[in-house]
Unconditional design. Structure first.
Length: 420
C-alpha cells in the first residue's frame, strides 16, 4: 500500500533551494495588525508554512488565519519559512526576523512587523511547484525539520495550506484507494518505516483540507472526513501539541500561475446518490452493499436486493441513452490463487444483465474484469503476515461503474494492459 522508497532530505540539497533573508524594514499594511500578538514580551515564534505548489488546489488566499501566524513570527522576532508542495518539495525561503533598536516604540514595532508580514505574503503569492505531482508527507517532514532547527524559539507553528491529496511518495492517493484504509493501519506502516514527521510541541493549523478545483473531482463530505482523519492521526503520532482544521477562505478559483502536472484522485460515491438526472463519475457496489455474490461464483446472494440496489443506475442510464459506462469487476486478494479476472468479469456481467432487464441499451455498457490486479480503486486487504483482512477484502469484492469519459477508465485499462 505504501511505497517503500524513502526520500532522504540532505541538508546540502535543502540549502541549494533556500532564499534566506533578514527582515527589518517596513511598508504599508495590506491587512490589519493581528490581535494574537498581544504583548511585546511574547516569546519568539517560529512559523513554517507548507504551501501547495501543484494543480487542483485553489489560488492562495490572503486569509486572516494565514496572515496572523506570519505576523506573530515577525512581531516576536522569530522566523518564518515556507516549503512548497510538489513532487519533490523544497524550501522556498527562511526569514529570520531581527529585532529593531531598543529605543523603537511599540507603535513602530507593530508597523515594522506589518511591513515584514506583507513582504512575506507577497513572496508567498509568487510560489509555484517545479516537479510534477504532490508529495505532501515529504513537505511536512521538511517543514518539521525547519521548526526543529530553530532552538531559540519557544513557540512553533506549522500552517499547512493544501488539499491533502498527495499523489506521490509514501502516501499516494491517486495510485491506490488509501481513503478506505483505516487510519491506524496507515500510521502503523509509516511508523514502521520511520516516515512519521517529528512534530513534537508543534501547533498545526491546516487550511483547506479537502478543497479542490479544476479537473479534480470535488470530494464528498464522507471522503473529506476520512482524509482529515488520516492526516490528523499522522500529525498526532508525530507529537503535534494541537491540530486545527479550518477552511482556506479561498475563492475556489484555479491558480493563475503555471503549475506542474498533477494526477487527479478518484472520488468514489455510494450508489444511493444516483437519480434519473444525475450519477457520479465513479460508483461502487462492494461486499457491504446488497450487490453481493456467493463465494467464488457470479451469483447474487440476494437477487431481489441486488436488483433494487442497481435500479437507480439503470433508471439513469435508460433516461440518458447517450451516456455510456464501463462496468469493472474486482475481487479480494486471492491468496495463492490466480488473477481473479474471469470471476470479476462474470460478476460485472451479472450486474450488466440486471441493468438490461431494466431497459438499458447493451451498447451503453462495457464490461471489464480487474480481478485482484493492482489499481487506484483497490485497498490493501492483506496484513504483513499474509493474512487477509476481511473488512478490507469486502471493499475489493466490488463492481464499479464509471462514466466512459472519466480519465479513470483509461487508468484502469492501462493497469490491465500492464499486467498482461
Amino acid at each position: 500500500m505504501l511505497k517503500k522508497t524513502k526520500k532522504i532530505l540532505v541538508s546540502l540539497i535543502i540549502c541549494a533551494f533556500v532564499m534566506s533573508g533578514i527582515l527589518t524594514g517596513c511598508s504599508s499594511g495590506i491587512m490589519g495588525i493581528n490581535s494574537e500578538a498581544k504583548e511585546e514580551s511574547m516569546s519568539p515564534q517560529s512559523v513554517s508554512l507548507v504551501v501547495s505548489g501543484h494543480k487542483y488546489f485553489p489560488e492562495l488566499s490572503l486569509s486572516d488565519k494565514l496572515y496572523s501566524r506570519i505576523y506573530n513570527g515577525c512581531y516576536t522576532y522569530g522566523d518564518v519559512s515556507a516549503v512548497v508542495v510538489d513532487g519533490d518539495p523544497f524550501l522556498a525561503f527562511n526569514y529570520t526576523i531581527n529585532a529593531p533598536d531598543a529605543n523603537v516604540d511599540s507603535a513602530k514595532k507593530k508597523q515594522i512587523a506589518t511591513g515584514n508580514t506583507d513582504q512575506i505574503m507577497s513572496n508567498l503569492s509568487n510560489l509555484a511547484g517545479k516537479t510534477p505531482e504532490a508529495d505532501l508527507l515529504s513537505a511536512i517532514q521538511l517543514s518539521a525539520d525547519m521548526l526543529c532547527s530553530t532552538e531559540s524559539t519557544t513557540e512553533k507553528t506549522m500552517v499547512i495550506y493544501d488539499s491533502g491529496l498527495s499523489t506521490t511518495g509514501m502516501l499516494d492517493f491517486a495510485a491506490q484507494n488509501l481513503i478506505e484504509t483505516p487510519a491506524e493501519s496507515i500510521v502503523a506502516q509509516l511508523k514502521e518505516i520511520h516516515e512519521i514527521p517529528d512534530l513534537t510541541d508543534v501547533h498545526v493549523l491546516w487550511l483547506g483540507c479537502g478543497e479542490v478545483c479544476g479537473e479534480q473531482q470535488k470530494l464528498s463530505e464522507d471522503y473529506k472526513n476520512k482524509l482529515e482523519t488520516i492526516w490528523k492521526e499522522i500529525l498526532i503520532e508525530g507529537g503535534a501539541s494541537d491540530i486545527e482544521f479550518k477552511p482556506s477562505e479561498a475563492s475556489g478559483e484555479e491558480p493563475d500561475t503555471e503549475l506542474p502536472d498533477c494526477s487527479t484522485v478518484p472520488v468514489i460515491e455510494t450508489p444511493i446518490v444516483i437519480t434519473g438526472k444525475s450519477m457520479p463519475e465513479i460508483t461502487r457496489w462492494d461486499g457491504e452493499s446488497s450487490v453481493r455474490f456467493k463465494g467464488d461464483l457470479a451469483e447474487f446472494v440476494d437477487v431481489a436486493a441486488a436488483k433494487e440496489d442497481l435500479r437507480p443506475a439503470a433508471e439513469y442510464l435508460a433516461a440518458n441513452p447517450t451516456e455510456s459506462v464501463y462496468i469493472f469487476g474486482m475481487t479480494a486478494t486471492i491468496i495463492g490463487g490466480g488473477s481473479g479476472i474471469e470471476l470479476a468479469e462474470a460478476r460485472a456481467n451479472a450486474c450488466k444483465d440486471v441493468l438490461k432487464e431494466y431497459g438499458v441499451n447493451d451498447k451503453q455498457m462495457t464490461v471489464v474484469g480487474l480481478g485482484q490486479i493492482n489499481n487506484p480503486l483497490r485497498v490493501d486487504d492483506v496484513d504483513e503476515n499474509g493474512i487477509q483482512i476481511e473488512e478490507l477484502a469486502q471493499k475489493n469484492r466490488a463492481v464499479v461503474m464509471i462514466k466512459a469519459q472519466d480519465p479513470m477508465v483509461g487508468t484502469l485499462l492501462k493497469c490491465i494492459s500492464d499486467y498482461r
